[in-house]
Structures are given as C-alpha cells and as structure tokens.
Design a protein around this ligand. Structure first.
Ligand code: F6P
Length: 326
C-alpha cells in the first residue's frame, strides 16, 4: 500500500451550503495526519487549467460558516474528454498529488471514477447537493440548509397568502427528484405537494383548490421543478384553463434555496464526511463515497451513487394529506 503524501480537494456541480465546512475538514484532517493538501479552483476545470493551490491550516480558517464554496465550482464539459483528463492527471503528478477528493453530486462522481480507472488514481467522493437525491447515502451536504431556506420562505409567503386568502404554488428545486419538495412540504405544513416520482389526480387536486378558494382559505402547494406537469407555472396554467386562477399566485424560490450560512446538520456532516474521506485514503481505500447509513458515517463503493435515490418516504405524503383535509 502506497502512503498518500498529498491530496487535492475540489468542489463540483451545483454549490451546496456546507461545502466550505467540508473543505476545512478535509484540509485540517489531512494536516493532522501529516498529508499535504491542495485546493483546485472551479471544479474539474481547475485540474485542466492548472488552477491548483496549496491549502494550509490558516487558509481554511473562518470559512465554515460561509455558504457557497471558496474554491468555486463548475460542471466541467472539458473533463468528459480524455485529452483534457490527461492534462489534469499530469498537473496533479507535477505536484506529487496522489489522491483526489471531490465534493459534489453523482454527475461529478462519474467523471471522477472514469479518471480514477484511466490513471489508477485514488479518488473519494463526498456527497453534496441540496437535492439529497444520491443513492447510497441518507444524507448529502446542503440539504438541511436548503430545507430551512424553503421553510423560511414559505412562512413569509403564508403571511401574505393568509391576508389575501390566496393559494400559492411554491416551486422548489430538485433536479427531477422530489426528495427536497417532499421534505419541505411535510415540514412547512403545505396542503399538497407535486413531485416528479408521482402523477397526481388533477381532477381531485382541482376540487381541493376550488374548495379552498371558495372557502377563502389560504393554501401552500409545493411543486418540485421537475414535476411531470412541468413546474408551478404549468400547474397554474392548468388551473387557469379550468377557470380557477383569480386567487392563485405562483412563487418560484430559485437559487435563494442554495445560499446562506450552513445549518448545524450541514456543518456536522461536512466535518464528519471530510475526515472520513482522509481516513479512507489512509487505509488505502479508493473509489468510495463517504456516506451516512442508518445514522452512521461510513463509505460505499462510488458506483452505488450512480443510480437515483428511489426510496422516497411516501409516508410524508400521507402525513401532508392527513394534516390538511379540506
Ligand atoms: O443540483 C442542485 C440544483 O440546485 C438542482 O436542484 C437544480 O435543478 C440545479 O442545481 C440548478 O442548476 P443551476 O444552478 O446550474 O441553474
């Protein structure tokens, strides 16, 4: 087993609150174990463009509370081409970097695995996406903060919704996965939720909305951006076509969901996953993703992350409906 001497860390894909806390953890754990640390700017593009800098203890001071990622992130198209991956490998070799840690989502992990196989290069993935849709881990960094952002926004929307007795279709992110929407709806007391994994009975929904409008009740409907109907605007168009638009409004939350200081949970799992990644490398492991399984931090083969999470908690849907009959 070759001892790892230097690691590089990068953030890839959509940013997620907690990425900075995770970079800090990776760097500090590496230093603790006598390993040198480098940061790569702007995801895999930084590997190709040789935008790689040493990260010392103080370089990651005072960052764990900040949203976004100090390293910058990208969804690199170039990294899909072997010629650019060769350049990336040479840039790592030139600095005696012998392992790579990627903080990101399943798309980033696919590129990382290809790279690892081509050059026999140890890699570890750390799951980070507000969507929390990565198979093989119960938790991805950023999910909890995004949920808190959504809940905060819904609370504010409720103030105006109840004042005007309106129905609000609130669109949340999710990238074709309903995990974020389902959890947000259950926690924010929404009256209904639309997720891509299910097709809702539109006639029944229309009846529910008509009853709410007639009774002058305010309602919050959470719609996942990737819902089969499209998104909140498309559901609004449907209701309008059915003559039900007068007291209905659409609110698309957008990128505010991804911003802000990470929550307690995101800071905690960032710290735990970052350290676990270094421990894996010290044990000579590679091609893994750090993960949370049944409340325990562990690691799984990276290939597990390549399928979309399917075990949505549909009990949440039942709960949402039980608590909002009208
Ligand atoms: O994967 C995270 C995510 O925020 C998704 O929920 C969303 O579909 C996508 O990224 C948005 O990407 P972008 O910031 O590139 O518009």
């Amino acid at each position: 087993m070759i001892k790892v001497q230097n690691i590089a860390v990068l953030t890839s894909g959509g940013d997620a609150p907690g990425m900075n806390a995770c970079i800090r953890s990776v760097v500090r754990a590496a230093i603790y174990h006598g390993i040198g640390a480098f940061g790569v700017h702007d995801g895999f593009n930084g590997l190709i463009n040789n935008n790689i800098v040493p990260l010392l203890y103080d370089d990651v001071s005072n960052i764990l509370q900040r949203g976004g990622t100090i390293l910058g992130t990208a969804r690199s198209k170039d990294f899909r081409a072997k010629e650019f991956r060769e350049v990336a490998h040479q840039n790592l070799k030139d600095r005696n970097i012998d392992a790579l840690i990627v903080i990101g989502g399943d798309g980033s992990f696919k590129g990382m695995k290809t790279f690892s196989e081509e050059f026999d290069f140890p890699v570890i993935g750390i799951p980070a996406t507000i969507d929390n849709d990565i198979n093989g881990t119960d938790y991805a960094i950023g999910f909890d903060t995004a949920l808190n952002n959504i809940i905060d926004a819904v609370d504010k929307i409720r103030d105006t919704a109840s004042s005007h007795h309106r129905v609000f279709l609130v669109e949340v992110m999710g990238n074709n996965s309903g995990v974020l929407a389902l959890h947000a709806a259950a926690a924010s007391g929404a009256e209904e939720v639309f997720i891509p994994e299910r097709q809702e009975d539109l006639l029944e929904f229309k009846g529910k909305i008509a009853r709410a409008v007639n009774a002058k009740k305010s309602s919050i409907i959470i719609v996942s951006e990737g819902d089969g109907m499209g998104g909140a605007k498309e559901i609004y168009a449907y209701l309008k076509a059915e003559g039900l638009d007068t007291n209905i409004r659409v609110s698309i939350l957008g990128h505010i969901q991804r911003g802000g200081s990470p929550s307690y949970l995101d800071r905690l799992y960032s710290a735990l996953f970052g350290e676990e990644a270094i421990v894996c490398l010290l044990k000579g492991k590679r091609n893994l993703m750090t993960s949370l399984v049944d409340g325990k931090v562990t690691s799984v083969n990276i290939t597990e992350s390549f399928t979309r999470k399917t075990d949505l908690n549909m009990d949440y849907l039942k709960l949402i409906r039980k608590l909002s009959i009208y």
